[in-house]
Design a protein around this ligand. Structure first.
Ligand SMILES: NC(=O)c1ccc[n+]([C@@H]2O[C@H](COP(=O)([O-])OP(=O)(O)OC[C@H]3O[C@@H](n4cnc5c(N)ncnc54)[C@H](OP(=O)(O)O)[C@@H]3O)[C@@H](O)[C@H]2O)c1
Length: 349
């Protein structure tokens, strides 16, 4: 195998607020030869996920933050092009924490073989059949426990996790209300995904509009957003409601007045959990990775039957990564954002 040059994006300083270009450095360097049990992946797609914002911070939460100078952590998908690991022969398609780079060297840790037959099939293993799909599936079914006839409210509803939560809830016989930013997204939820109602949170009086859409109260609130939207949902819980805390994207770029990262704003209306005799549960998708096949078999069947869809928004070239990440926080996506890596093909020896 001839020497290959890798292009990667490294985190070189901690972001305060929305990350700008100054926190990233694009680097190129030749890849070292493989050691025993290693294999080399040509990365085709990089997944853009809100969790990346947390991974950029110092310290650890459910996972250690990225060290300054390291390649930015990312879920990605690609093809094995060289191997000293019999479990991952050349030609195998894989996904995992491969990083924001054009080539990734792995020993198989945090990497999974996927049954794709061409690179074009890889995006779904980062979206509907991948980590976000699993978050929606287990978050709703294992934490939310939906029952037919119940009302499910989901925020970030036109995004990856939210749009899947709503569709899975519909398949379980629930009435689904989505919360999203703007008319275009609300139209998409109603007319393309078949949600029963869609509320534009940018238009004010959200709590009153939730009450009109769910006069009997909300049985399950699936929260992707946090902040004021969470408070509006809490005001409208039905007795015995389940609140699933999946994320709080409205809070990830919080900054103190003197320019330091600030913690999330907690819910003012948390006593509504008490009066509703409700529950509030968190989900971390990593806890469900051992149940990937169970999730995937259901999801694949629903996709084949045309009952589940996920819009993909693909940007070209690894250099588009910094912009792609900020799109999530500006709400510039419908569905899943991915970066297609257009690395040059491997030169022949
Ligand atoms: N717990 C876990 O294991 C786990 C795993 C995966 C994801 N998550 C969480 O799930 C949530 C959704 O992730 P995703 O990948 O599906 O992202 P996404 O929803 O596809 O994209 C983010 C969306 O968030 C909305 N948003 C951004 N800033 C906002 C704000 N200030 N207020 C209200 N909405 C805002 C935007 O939609 P609008 O235009 O509608 O504002 C944007 O399109 C995130 O909070 C993420 O951290 C958690």
């Amino acid at each position: 195998m001839p020497t290959i040059t890798n292009t990667c994006i490294r985190l070189i300083s901690r972001a305060v607020g929305l990350p700008d270009a100054s926190v990233w450095k694009v680097c190129t360097q030749p890849l070292p030869a493989l050691e025993d049990s290693q294999f080399l992946v040509r990365v085709h797609y990089i997944s853009i996920d809100p969790a990346m914002r947390g991974w950029m911070n110092e310290g650890s939460t459910y996972i250690q933050g990225v060290q300054l100078g390291d390649v930015m952590r990312a879920f990605a998908a690609g093809e094995v092009i060289d191997s000293k690991n019999p479990a991952f022969p050349i030609g195998t398609y894989v996904t995992g924490l491969l990083g924001v780079q054009t080539y990734a060297c792995s020993d198989g840790q945090n990497v999974e073989r996927v049954p794709a037959s061409s690179p074009n099939e890889l995006p779904r293993y980062l979206g509907v059949l991948g980590m976000p799909g699993m978050t929606a599936y287990w978050g709703l079914l294992d934490k939310g426990c939906p029952r037919a006839g119940e009302t499910v409210l989901v925020s970030g509803a036109a995004g990856t996790v939210g749009s899947l939560v709503g569709q899975i809830a519909k398949l379980h016989g629930c009435t689904v209300i989505g919360i999203a930013g703007g008319t275009k997204k609300c139209d998409y939820l109603r007319h393309t995904l078949g949600f029963d109602a869609a509320l534009d949170y940018t238009q004010g009086s959200l709590s009153a509009r939730i009450r009109s859409a769910a006069p009997q109260g909300v049985n399950i609130y699936f929260d992707n957003v946090g902040g004021d939207v969470l408070d509006a949902a809490l005001e409208n819980l039905a007795r015995g409601a389940r609140v699933v805390i999946c994320g709080a994207i409205s809070q990830y770029n919080n900054t103190t007045p003197d320019g330091k990262p600030a913690p999330p704003q907690g819910p003012t209306n948390y006593m509504k959990i008490v009066t509703a005799r409700g529950q509030m549960n968190g989900i971390i998708v990593f806890d469900y990775f051992h149940r990937t096949q169970e999730f995937r078999s259901h999801m694949q069947r629903w996709i084949a039957e045309g009952k589940i869809t996920l819009h993909e928004h693909i940007l070209e070239g690894i250099e588009s990564f910094p912009h792609a990440l900020t799109m999530l926080f500006r709400g510039e996506n419908i569905g899943k954002i991915l970066v297609r890596v257009t690395s040059p093909s491997v030169p022949s020896a």
